[in-house]
Write a protein that binds this ligand. Structure first.
Ligand code: MG
Length: 156
């Protein structure tokens, strides 16, 4: 049997959704019918397969987390809530700064080793930093999808 990670952690901007939450949209965000809009009524989408990917990983028993260095902390949390993803994320570390901090908090809270974690991010600097801890880091080019996650879990 192949080895499996215990915790799967995702960046937010350009990993779960195709924008920077601190610059592309204006909070507060809200639901308008079935869509999510910003303060100017601009419609906000995540990457298409992300809701299904999160549901599946959660159903399969993985613990999921978020590590984002956005300065738009409130807006990011609002979106997690409006997308209905709060149910999936046991660990939420959302604040500016080096992601070594984010991961050290996840490690302490979970009691799991870094080697049992996998991390998806679109920024090279974060991959380099978090990789030093022994976390398996996956560079994401066009957002998280079923294929991206499946390949990463296969190679873990
Ligand atoms: Mg990002």
């Amino acid at each position: 049997m192949s080895r499996k990670p215990k915790i799967i952690v995702f960046d937010l901007d350009y990993t779960l959704w195709p924008f920077w939450v601190d610059t592309h949209f204006t909070p507060p965000f809200k639901k308008k019918g079935s869509v999510i809009v910003d303060a100017h009524g601009k419609i906000i989408h995540c990457y298409k397969e992300v809701p299904a990917v999160l549901k599946r990983l959660s159903d399969e028993g993985y613990e999921l987390g978020v590590a984002s260095r956005t300065s738009e902390i409130q807006g990011a949390n609002q979106l997690l809530n409006l997308f209905n993803w709060e149910q999936y994320f046991k660990y939420k570390e959302i604040y500016p700064g080096n992601k070594l901090t984010h991961f050290s908090k996840i490690q302490k809270a979970s009691g799991n080793d870094y080697k049992d974690m996998i991390f998806f991010d679109d920024e090279h600097r974060n991959i380099v930093d978090v990789n030093k801890l022994g976390v398996t880091c996956i560079f994401v080019r066009d957002g998280v999808s079923h294929t991206v996650v499946e390949n990463a879990l296969k190679d873990f």
